[in-house]
Design a protein around this ligand. Sequence first.
Ligand code: ADP
Ligand code: GLC
Length: 515
Amino acid sequence: MNIVFVSSEAAPFAKTGGLADVCSALPVALEKQGHHVSVFIPAYRQIYDAHLPIETTGIGYCVPVGKNEVWGEILRSTLPGSDVPVYFLRHDRYFFRDGLYNSGGVDYQDNCERFVFFCRSVFRAIELLNIPVDILHANDWQTGLVPAYLATLYQNGRAIGTQTELFGSALAPPQTPEKSGDRFWDKVRSVFTIHNMRHQGRFMQQEMDLTGIDWKYFTFDKMEFYGQLNLLKTGITFSDAITTVSPEYSKEIQTDDFGESLQGVLRYRSESIWGILNGIDTAEWNPETDSNLAAPYNAETVFEKKPLCKAALQRECGLPESADTPLFGAVSRFDWQKGLDLVADVIPHFVESRGAQFVILGTGDPQLENRFVELAARYPKNVAALIKFSGALSHRVEAGLDVFLMPSRYEPCGLNQMYSQRYGTLPLVRHTGGLADTVIGASDETIANGTANGFMSYWGTADDLQKTVEWAVHCYDQRKDAWRQMVLTAMALDHSWTKSARLYSDLYERIQMLG
Ligand code: ADP
Ligand code: GLC
């Protein structure tokens, strides 16, 4: 099949989180299964920092954005280690900026306009590059307009899914397709993957004019959300199939607790929602070949070499080298989602009661950044606050820690718990989303039957986290054999993309059969 992946991020070109990892690893995995895949992202300033060859295709174009015709250019590269082409859609006034979505924590005022331009450009670029398409696979709110453009402007208002049947509103009179007289788009079907329900791309309703989509779609079953334009909802309501990045999260988002006010819309489309667990890029995250590590290792050498990585990390962070001190840590966006405020709450207890050490690598919420900086100043021998974004360092942290902390309030999938397991670092997580699907918490029973591969907390409170960390410290100090077994169990897990890519293939095949 011919699959076009549309995303606002793809590693190593542009990344703020796991979306980028998924949108570069999954296309490569699909290509390995025999599909033809191409990827489209905006030409951000950051794409040049990857130091990979980027060339121009020499193709320029114009697309309507509101009343204006906006010029764009198509650049090209390939995803590392593959022939999968990545096309960058360039308009420097929109994308050549400090951050991807914001600067200094403040969202860009023209985010709607920027992603209208991007989504419209995808269609124009596909036509100009003459790329065959069976499936358009869009990701998160930034690309929510892609399924909408397909169904409205390019397919004359084709009806989608249960909701349309229920409300009948998308059975619109035909509009002029942009490539008139051409059936190129007729058989194309769309998939929309939700990586995070909380970020929805909500804008003032006037911005509907920028989209070029008829106002008749500005309804509660399509693009409207409490009077605003909602691009995540747009992706959900116009796509042929919806996926989320873990089976557990696909159920959670249909509940009042996790649906972020879109649970009703999701329940209407329940039959079209698939939960497919993310995999990880096992070439990039391989402790045996990882050139960032002081002493690369595998399951046979882990107990000899991993301590060298731990010592190197302690040195790098200015913490005293100590093999017997439990070293906890995290690599994360500092965001309410991640529950790192709870980590900050419990650090003093474990520093004072056990002399434990903590290495926290991340950026985001300035208050939380300050809290970790203050904790590092208060406990210089125990806490290192690394307030930056560094891929290389994130690998050394993964390898050096004993326990990776992820007490997320919600977690659509989460990748770091899987990176941790592959590096023999036990993840300590909260039972939610993909964390619940990938971690089996240590208990007497799971230790005895050899399935334990991490630690599980349930309630999302500092008290509960403290108890779980207490249990991890106990296992670290008193149950050394069990610990070694858990490390080996975790390292033996198969988190590669193979299985999930097959599920995506199945899904693509099914929706191709839709009318
Ligand atoms: P999310 O996408 O919600 O942030 P994930 O666990 O899916 O969470 O993915 C986060 C990705 O971003 C991982 O690859 C992680 O290593 C990376 N990451 C987050 N913060 C940093 C940082 N400060 N430096 C380097 N990598 C980071
Ligand atoms: C989101 C989620 C994270 C998920 C990632 C990739 O950013 O927060 O849980 O792993 O997308 O799907």
